[in-house]
Design a protein around this ligand. Structure first.
Ligand code: PEP
Ligand code: MG
Length: 529
């Protein structure tokens, strides 16, 4: 329950623009020149770091943005717009860049058309700077508000201050998308598929959001509000009941202990995981640390961030997954070359294998941290045996180079049908497996996890996925297998999963108490799907 905080795209939802007088033009030009300088400095800093971690081709995209901005400024177009329209600097930037966006979009040439998005990015960047809000504006959300947005990126969720956000309402969002599952991890109720929602709601309107039913009430009547409040309190009472025993192991009625770990990425998740009795961390998505920064970290920076993140977990084991970007997880500061089908393109380990410094930075930080914390390393999006063999070689070579005698255990994500069906080949290179049903579902059912139009096909409990899971557990032999996709947190399917042989689950921290309570009521030997 809360008041709406509507955040539109600054380029589209600029609101009515204030007019200025002739005398104000010079002042607005100064503001514009300052914002331009600051943006150029930032683009240079990004380019330098990207060049070190990735390569000069990717860094070149930032340099091209810089050239574009210098060119626009030098051409006098901003000044002409200001003098002609007598609107503020923000409005002038919006008009000029939207004009250029249209020009680029109209071009036949593919490469130039791709520049159209860069123009929008530049425009957003400049407008935020002029408004004095260097980030997306989401951080400024007032306490206990409900965020209302058109789209939600994983990087947006990472920077959302959890304590302030009562819920999120998104116009469109795929049910398996990373942004959706990251907000679930933070315990923020999130609903979607409400066409034109931004035009229906003004900031300040009272909203009721039901994350279980996927419903939204705008400006509720008194009776509706009271009913809602009653249901909310009932839910909170159930939670308090489950939480009482959440720190105890989850033991089935027939005595099997099931490890219930947490999927985490940022500090808020760690607090929640500890509070909810996580037995460890089954999946630390390192990309969240990358999302939360303006540029990629150095090894020392990553070490310090990871150390700060996992220190509160004490002696609980932590599985750190190397950067899994590409596909539906874009890094805002990394413009990878466009590809016709990103989810089937270079993502996860495929990208890691192309950028050796990126891998060295992460493995270096993890090896150092492994000397003070019990860690495991996990490789994302494995398809071929060669993927995991080459990563293992890089990992072993660095462990030897750094004279680490007790390196962390090394594992592979099983999230493509190819990996699930080739466990015997992958087995020899790993110490453990972690099954990611979110991607496994997308690739098995040929339904994009972030594409709302195929939500009906994105079924993580489909028989085809279940059969693959069965094969993985059977073929993994003595290698431990953790189930870390969203399916692991869906109670209705737990009896079948435990019956198959899964003994370790990793779920959103908010789901741990109820998952443990549910397991305690099961008898595995009698469990059926
Ligand atoms: C998965 O694919 O199930 C998984 C756990 O990884 P991610 O959701 O980060 O892609
Ligand atoms: Mg995945």
């Amino acid at each position: 329950m809360g008041q709406a905080w509507v955040v539109g795209d600054v380029l589209k939802w600029g609101g009515a623009s204030a007019t200025i007088g002739e005398d104000d033009v010079d002042g607005e030009m100064d503001r514009l020149a300052h914002a331009c300088d600051e943006t150029l400095k930032e683009l240079d800093r990004h380019a330098e770091r990207i060049e070190v971690e990735f390569d000069s081709a990717l860094a070149g995209i930032f340099r091209a943005h810089g050239q574009m901005l210098r060119g626009l400024f030098a051409s006098g177009e901003f000044e002409r717009e200001l003098r002609g329209s007598l609107l503020t600097a923000e409005a002038a930037v919006r008009r000029v860049l939207l004009r250029w966006h249209q020009k680029f979009e109209a071009l036949e040439n593919q490469t130039f058309r791709q520049r159209a998005d860069d123009v929008l990015d530049l425009g957003r960047n400049m407008i935020r700077r002029l408004r004095g809000e260097p980030d997306t504006g989401l951080k400024a959300i007032p306490d206990h508000s409900i965020l209302v947005v058109e789209r939600l990126l994983p990087s947006d969720v990472v920077t959302l201050p959890k304590s302030n956000v009562a819920a999120v309402v998104v116009e469109t969002l795929g049910q398996g998308s990373h942004a959706a599952l990251l907000s679930r991890e933070k315990g923020i109720p999130t609903i979607t598929e409400i066409p034109g929602v931004l035009s229906l709601i003004d900031s300040g309107t009272e909203l009721l959001v039901d994350g279980f039913r996927g419903t939204l009430v705008i400006a509720p009547k008194n009776k509706t509000r009271i009913d809602f409040q009653e249901r909310l309190e009932k839910w909170r009472a159930t939670l308090v009941h489950c939480k009482a025993a959440c720190r105890e192991p989850a033991r089935t009625l027939d005595g099997q202990v099931i490890n219930v770990e947490a999927n985490i990425g940022i500090h808020d998740d760690v607090e929640l995981a500890l509070d909810n009795g996580a037995d460890g961390v089954g999946l630390l998505r390192v990309e969240q640390l990358y999302f939360a920064r303006p540029i990629p970290p150095t090894e020392d920076e990553l070490f310090l961030e990871l150390e700060g993140l996992i220190a509160p977990l004490g002696d609980r084991p932590v599985t750190i997954r190397l950067l899994d970007i590409g596909g539906d997880k874009p890094l805002p500061y990394l413009r990878l070359p466009p590809t016709s089908n990103p989810v089937l393109g270079r993502r996860g380990v495929r990208l890691l294998l192309d950028y050796s410094q990126l891998v060295r930075t992460q493995i270096g930080a993890i090896l150092k941290l492994s000397q003070q914390h019990s860690l495991r390393v996990l490789i994302p999006m494995v398809t071929l045996e060669d993927d995991i063999r080459r990563m293992r070689e890089a990992f072993d070579a660095m462990s030897t180079e750094r004279k680490i005698t007790n390196p962390p255990e090394f594992g592979a994500m099983v999230e493509t049908p190819a990996a699930a069906l080739a466990i015997p080949a992958l087995l020899q290179h790993v110490d453990f497996f972690c099954v990611g049903t979110n991607d496994l579902t997308q690739y098995t059912l040929a339904a994009g996890r972030d594409d709302p139009s195929v939500n009906d096909y994105y079924l993580d409990n489909h028989e085809s996925v279940m059969r693959l899971l069965n094969i993985v557990v059977n073929d993994a032999a003595d290698r431990p297998v953790t189930l870390c996709g969203e399916l692991a947190g869906r109670e209705a399917f737990l009896p079948r999963l435990l019956n198959m042989g899964f003994r370790a689950l990793s779920v959103a921290p908010s789901l741990i108490p109820t998952t443990k309570a549910f397991i305690r009521k099961l008898t595995i030997s009698a469990a059926t799907g």
